[in-house]
Design a protein. Structure first.
Length: 378
């Protein structure tokens, strides 16, 4: 069986083509330049899975399943079934570098935009819908897309970058994940969930291009000023809160005030920067704490009023220290953490983000805290 061809635009402007063929329990790949040389691989043979169990899959069925997974993966990598769609490819967002690594290189001569760093879910919106930074579709925000219909009708090449958050919970990620996670597929969406999303979820935007003749090469200051005008009549789309700081002292004062209200930190943006689809030294995050991802070994109950709640998580240390572990505090309500402890196996082996003050001489995080959120919501 020959499966459909998928197409993509490569960095030199050419059209790439890719498809699979299946014969029994084996499949082979075919790829290359459309109209040019095609490379064909040797067959890959699949084996039966879960033999003797209720979910047994014979070798041919397993081959079909693996092919479907490969097609899904290719589509996430900007391959399309129609050549006409290849120029609407998803583009990764601009990401931050660390302020501490570039502090001495920041140019304050024209000021620096200092945004509140929102602890929400990164969201990229185009005429094709709302997607995560990993190119997964958000199905629970039709109210935001409907509000932006006129914007994209006027600006079909528009690209908006921001965060999905829950009203009044800008720095409580778990509250947002409950509604927005990409784990909620289209078939799982209910009218009740959509009503809750419309009541609770907003889009905090902080950058974009493709409107008013502005491109990704236009300067950030102009992009932001124009974008706020373009979206000024929106209810569900709101601008990030920010200041323009003239020096590091003003930036840190703004950051300290925001962090004191449970904010995560701030992001510095050079007013002259263009938008690049990668990490940028002109976009720097400043936080009072460090953060990193660690693998969960187990959850541990608290005591007293927190008995029966997942108050601590034991995590594995990386970089050759896998035989050592450390314990981190877990943030959350008693209701949330009681439920977490009941389902503790869900977290074992998963990666979570841990915030900490600094590393000890033994490379153990000091004063660690986590929201106990697995980053599969993107």
């Amino acid at each position: 069986m020959t499966y459909p061809k998928l197409y993509s635009r490569d960095s030199s402007g050419g059209i790439r083509v890719w498809w699979l063929e299946q014969e029994g329990n084996a499949y082979s790949s075919h790829y290359g330049v459309e109209g040019g040389k095609i490379v064909s691989t040797e067959p890959i043979y699949c084996e039966a899975k879960n033999v003797g169990k209720a979910n047994e899959s014979d070798a041919v069925s397993q081959c079909t399943t693996e092919i479907k997974a490969l097609y899904k993966k290719q589509k996430k990598q900007n391959y399309f079934e129609s050549i006409d769609d290849i120029d609407d490819a998803w583009k990764e967002p601009q990401l931050c570098k660390l302020y501490k690594d570039y502090a001495d290189k920041v140019d304050w001569s024209q000021g620096q935009y200092v945004d509140e760093k929102i602890n929400g879910i990164c969201c990229l919106i185009t005429k094709n819908g709302a997607r995560s930074r990993k190119n997964e579709i958000f199905y629970t925000v039709p109210h935001i897309l409907e509000e932006l219909e006129l914007f994209f009708k006027k600006n079909p090449n528009g690209y908006l970058h921001g965060e999905l958050v829950r009203k009044g919970c800008l720095n409580q990620l778990n509250k947002t994940v409950e509604i927005i996670s990409v784990g909620r597929k289209e078939k799982d969406i209910t009218p009740e969930l959509l009503r809750l999303s419309e009541q609770e979820i907003i889009f905090i935007y902080y950058d974009g291009y493709g409107f008013a003749n502005l491109t990704d090469a236009s300067d950030f200051q102009t992009r932001r000023d124009v974008l706020q005008i373009e979206l000024s009549n929106c209810n569900y789309c709101q601008p990030v809160n920010y200041i323009v700081a003239e020096n590091e002292e003003q930036m840190k004062e703004f950051a300290d005030n925001y962090i004191s209200t449970n904010g995560e930190g701030v992001v510095l943006k050079d007013p002259r920067m263009c938008y690049v689809h990668k990490r940028s030294k002109n976009c720097l995050k400043y936080k009072k704490s460090e953060s990193a991802e660690f693998k969960v070994i187990s959850l541990e109950s608290g005591s007293g009023n927190w008995a029966g709640c997942a108050k601590f998580a034991w995590c594995e240390l990386p970089n050759g220290l896998k035989d050592k572990k450390f314990k981190t505090n877990i943030k959350g309500t008693q209701e949330e953490l009681r439920e977490a402890l009941k389902n503790k196996d869900k977290w074992v082996g998963k990666m979570i983000t841990v915030d900490y003050q600094e590393l000890s001489p033994y490379n153990t995080p000091l004063i660690p805290y986590t929201d106990l959120i697995i980053r599969d919501y993107e």
